[in-house]
Design a protein around this ligand. Structure first.
Ligand SMILES: [Fe+2]
Ligand SMILES: [Fe+2]
Length: 212
């Protein structure tokens, strides 16, 4: 591991000393999962470790502290975040890791920022972190369909993201929850991208479908 990234990971690990043990174990599982998945897509495992260690740095803060730290860090707080401050933990961590931990890797920071809701355009490392966070071992046990998302992520990372988003869509509607507009915009972009890829030029001439 490069000395700079190694020092940053150590500083983040030190900050986890006073975090709940359950959160630390989740982060360790995400690190293992993300580094393994990164191997399939040729993403630098050191940067993946850094992003995985940083992604939930503020996940365990009280809701009031999530809001005040986000405001202090200058993270935009909309009505959705006011109602559900836990949505802020990724965006806040990305800002604080840059300002206080010296992390300057923009792609790793965007992976941390967007690991909850996704984004229309995501670098490879952000896709790896988001999927790893959703399919780590404990989450697979709780939500067995994540086993399929995990398997798919080793073959087609974009399709795995879309399948996760569709699972989330069903969950949200089944519970009567709204979809966050940023997540929905991301999903729409992923759907468009997917159809651009699959919507190749027609193999059968238009006229062959005409009956008259
Ligand atoms: Fe998180
Ligand atoms: Fe997480």
């Amino acid at each position: 591991m490069g000395p700079e990234i190694e020092a940053q990971v150590r500083a983040i690990q030190a900050a986890f000393a006073d975090r709940p043990a359950g959160l630390v174990r989740h982060v360790e599982r995400v690190v293992d999962e993300a580094v393994d998945l990164a191997g399939y897509w040729d993403v630098d495992p050191e940067r993946v470790r850094l992003a995985a260690w940083g992604h939930d740095l503020f996940r365990a803060l009280s809701l009031a502290d999530q809001l005040s730290l986000a405001r202090e860090a200058g993270v935009p707080v909309g009505p959705e975040e006011e109602a559900e401050p836990v949505l802020l933990h990724g965006p806040t961590a990305a800002v604080v890791l840059r300002q206080r931990f010296g992390v300057m890797d923009d792609e790793a920071l965007s992976a941390i920022r967007d690991h909850t809701l996704g984004a229309p355009e995501m670098p490879l490392i952000a896709k790896v972190i988001l999927i790893a966070d959703k399919v780590e071992e404990r989450k697979r046990r709780r939500t067995p369909i994540m086993r399929e998302v995990r398997r798919l992520a080793r073959r087609d990372l974009d399709l795995a993201l879309l399948c996760w988003a569709d699972w989330k869509w069903v969950e949200e509607r089944a519970h009567g929850w709204d979809s966050h507009p940023r997540h929905w915009a991301s999903r729409q972009a992923w759907v468009r991208e997917h159809h651009n890829e699959t919507g190749l030029p027609a193999r059968v001439a238009e006229g062959l479908f005409e009956t008259e």
